[in-house]
Design a protein around this ligand. Structure first.
Ligand SMILES: *[C@@H]1O[C@H](CO)[C@@H](O)[C@H](O)[C@H]1NC(C)=O
Ligand SMILES: *[C@@H]1O[C@H](CO)[C@@H](O)[C@H](O)[C@H]1NC(C)=O
Ligand SMILES: *[C@@H]1O[C@H](CO)[C@@H](O)[C@H](O)[C@H]1NC(C)=O
Ligand SMILES: *[C@@H]1O[C@H](CO)[C@@H](O)[C@H](O)[C@H]1NC(C)=O
Ligand SMILES: *[C@@H]1O[C@H](CO)[C@@H](O)[C@H](O)[C@H]1NC(C)=O
Ligand SMILES: *[C@@H]1O[C@H](CO)[C@@H](O)[C@H](O)[C@H]1NC(C)=O
Ligand SMILES: *[C@@H]1O[C@H](CO)[C@@H](O)[C@H](O)[C@H]1NC(C)=O
Ligand SMILES: *[C@@H]1O[C@H](CO)[C@@H](O)[C@H](O)[C@H]1NC(C)=O
Ligand SMILES: *[C@@H]1O[C@H](CO)[C@@H](O)[C@H](O)[C@H]1NC(C)=O
Ligand SMILES: *[C@@H]1O[C@H](CO)[C@@H](O)[C@H](O)[C@H]1NC(C)=O
Ligand SMILES: *[C@@H]1O[C@H](CO)[C@@H](O)[C@H](O)[C@H]1NC(C)=O
Ligand SMILES: *[C@@H]1O[C@H](CO)[C@@H](O)[C@H](O)[C@H]1NC(C)=O
Length: 502
């Protein structure tokens, strides 16, 4: 739980109480990650767990999948498709596969080790990738194709892939969606996702003839809005957005207060003018208002012309709070209709609570596992044990070790595999990008005994980077001087040219 806003959180918990009781909790029992956490309430089965599907198919299946490398194209000459052809034993994930094929020179079959594939536009019949070969059980095969026949439009194009054994006796097929957008009318930036590696590409001239995409690795903090307004209205050499950017951060994520509108509109425009001029990108947080589609529309229209707009952020720990399961996807769909040029993110807090529904509402998932100076088995705040069905210790199903950060990111990779990347590839997606929220706060009396040390901060960030995180947004700024010092030093390494390129 994000303690600086504990009071607001408590108010909202009351307000959403009816919603939370849509889960397994008996009436009057408050939950976090679906679990009772008050000493006055007993443990019950929270449900909502995702399990690894049983590999019960008696014979192997070939799961042929294709998705476009970029979540959208915009004025590009060429695009590329990523093709995967793993062998699976999970019923429903793949088509029947027999490890034999005949060739013209022999009457005995040989092993089926190479798949012939072709990718087409099924409406026009145009061949985008002519018959070529990939190894059986391989992933991440990339094929370039020309975008010249795709008229830019908001609706995605349906794309088909065919696969065949060399003797053409066994055939396979699946499909995906390809998005080729028109130039934006009123957008100061365009941001897209490299779905193969999970990184971002940013263009600040999306309406020009020649768009220059740059790789971007976000490194920053959730930032207190009062701190931002002071830095904006009475800056000095050490307390300003210029100084914030110069210390090593390439993005800023203002934390909204609880009202609607959540930010003073005049001050927010002044802020965006400043971030535009600094080339400091903005992650726009709608944690309190994302379930109100009217409010979303009102909030985002004034942001669009600003080149520093990077992406949206909807639910803040919607799984912890027990927001309605449909809420993230509903706001995601609304945002995509209003603005297909920027990604949407949200932050999940629970180890395994309705991951499928909550993660469906984002292109990018942030993980806020705070494992340092934690008592992971006995709650410092609620004075109960914590386990798989009970208690809130501040880090769901954690061990209180840096490895918790890596374990959560790895679990999300597995969850997405279990859900069937094929299902996502049918929607034009590969796996979702994963970002990390390093612990950079301390609230006395809360779940954590102190600020993390400098080595712990480095450990948290590097554990996440080594386990596939493609963005770093620490909670929260302002922070302790030592934490700020080491985060800035890491930021200056990460935001350069080398790391995003890699
Ligand atoms: C749960 O705890 C609350 C707050 O202490 C209490 O009012 C309520 O009666 C408890 N409910 C159950 C079902 O235990
Ligand atoms: C896997 O099989 C076991 C044993 O039959 C069963 O209890 C479990 O529910 C299955 N898991 C899934 C995800 O279906
Ligand atoms: C697009 O692909 C064609 C054919 O492979 C190649 O000649 C051309 O240089 C590519 N264009 C760009 C911008 O990469
Ligand atoms: C079949 O034999 C011919 C002639 O020896 C050879 O050129 C061809 O590559 C062989 N085909 C296969 C599939 O092995
Ligand atoms: C097919 O058989 C070959 C030869 O035995 C083997 O190398 C290959 O791993 C098998 N492929 C699959 C998917 O089982
Ligand atoms: C397919 O690839 C996976 C992952 O690399 C590997 O674990 C598995 O053994 C391979 N299966 C076959 C039949 O080759
Ligand atoms: C800069 O402004 C901050 C916030 O108003 C203040 O705390 C700090 O003392 C000022 N520093 C200098 C060097 O003026
Ligand atoms: C927004 O901030 C400006 C500048 O500080 C102030 O003049 C204005 O009254 C504020 N508007 C609201 C609605 O609070
Ligand atoms: C932001 O910049 C725009 C364009 O220069 C200007 O029209 C607008 O008044 C500025 N807004 C504020 C609040 O300063
Ligand atoms: C939704 O947002 C609109 C616009 O900000 C506001 O007028 C309305 O009261 C909000 N609705 C709810 C239920 O909060
Ligand atoms: C957690 O709290 C329990 C109960 O106070 C205590 O026995 C245990 O040693 C604590 N563990 C850690 C890692 O602080
Ligand atoms: C978790 O702890 C509670 C309270 O001690 C206990 O009732 C429950 O059985 C435990 N659950 C598990 C899965 O161990």
């Amino acid at each position: 739980m994000k303690s600086p806003y504990k009071l607001l959180g408590a108010i909202f918990t009351l307000a959403t109480h009816d919603v939370a009781s849509a889960f397994n909790n008996p009436p009057g029992v408050d939950i976090w990650c679906g679990k009772a956490y008050r000493a006055t309430n007993a443990s019950f089965n929270p449900d909502g767990w995702l399990f690894e599907p049983n590999a019960t198919s008696p014979s192997p299946l070939l799961d042929l999948r294709v998705y476009p490398r970029m979540n959208y194209y915009l004025n590009d000459q060429n695009g590329s498709f990523i093709v995967d052809a793993p062998i699976s034993y999970i019923p429903g994930q793949g088509q029947k596969f027999s490890n034999k094929t005949f060739n013209a020179n022999s009457s005995t079959p040989t092993a089926f080790t190479t798949l012939q594939i072709e990718i087409t536009n099924p409406v026009t019949g145009e061949v985008l990738v002519p018959w070529t070969e990939i190894p059986i059980n391989s992933t991440d095969n990339e094929f370039s194709f020309s975008l010249s026949s795709f008229t830019p439009r908001l609706d995605p194009y349906n794309i088909q892939i065919f696969g065949a054994s060399p003797d053409a006796v066994q055939t396979f097929q699946s499909s995906t969606l390809l998005t080729v957008l028109p130039k934006p009318q009123n957008s100061g930036s365009a941001v897209r996702i490299d779905q193969l590696y999970g990184g971002l590409q940013v263009a600040t001239n999306p309406s020009e003839d020649s768009i220059s995409w740059k790789p971007f690795f976000p490194f920053s903090f959730y930032t207190n809005w009062d701190w931002i307004t002071t830095a904006l209205l009475s800056p000095n050499s050490t307390f300003s957005l210029d100084a914030f950017k110069a210390s090593g951060y390439n993005m800023i994520h203002p934390i909204p207060g609880g009202g609607d509108p959540p930010f003073n509109a005049t001050l927010f425009q002044l802020f965006l003018n400043k971030t535009d001029s600094l080339n400091l990108f903005v992650m726009y947080d709608m944690r309190w208002t994302y379930q109100n589609l009217t409010s979303i529309t009102t909030q985002i229209l004034p942001l669009l012309p600003h080149p520093s707009l990077l992406l949206y952020y909807t639910g803040d720990e919607p799984d912890g709070q027990g927001d309605p399961l449909s809420a993230p996807l509903t706001s995601y769909t609304h945002l995509k209709q209003l603005d297909p040029y920027h990604p949407t993110s949200l932050c999940l807090n629970c180890a395994n609570f309705h991951f499928d529904a909550y993660s469906a509402g984002a292109d990018i998932l942030l993980s806020d596992v705070y494992p340092t100076a934690l008592n992971a088995t006995f709650s410092r705040v609620y004075h109960t044990p914590c386990n798989a069905t009970y208690g809130d210790c501040g880090c769901d199903d954690c061990d209180g070790a840096l490895a918790d950060i890596a374990a959560r990111l790895d679990a999300w990779a597995s969850f997405q595999r279990w859900l069937g990347l094929g299902r996502q590839s049918a929607r034009g997606r590969g796996a979702k990008s994963r970002w990390t929220v390093p612990q950079a706060f301390w609230d006395a009396g809360g779940f954590w005994a102190r600020y993390p040390t400098q080595s712990e901060v480095v450990g948290m960030v590097l554990a996440a980077l080594n386990h596939g995180a493609t963005g770093v947004v620490a909670w929260a700024w302002p922070t302790a001087a030592e934490v700020a010092g080491v985060m800035g030093a890491l930021g200056r390494v990460v935001v350069g040219e080398t790391v995003p390129g890699f």
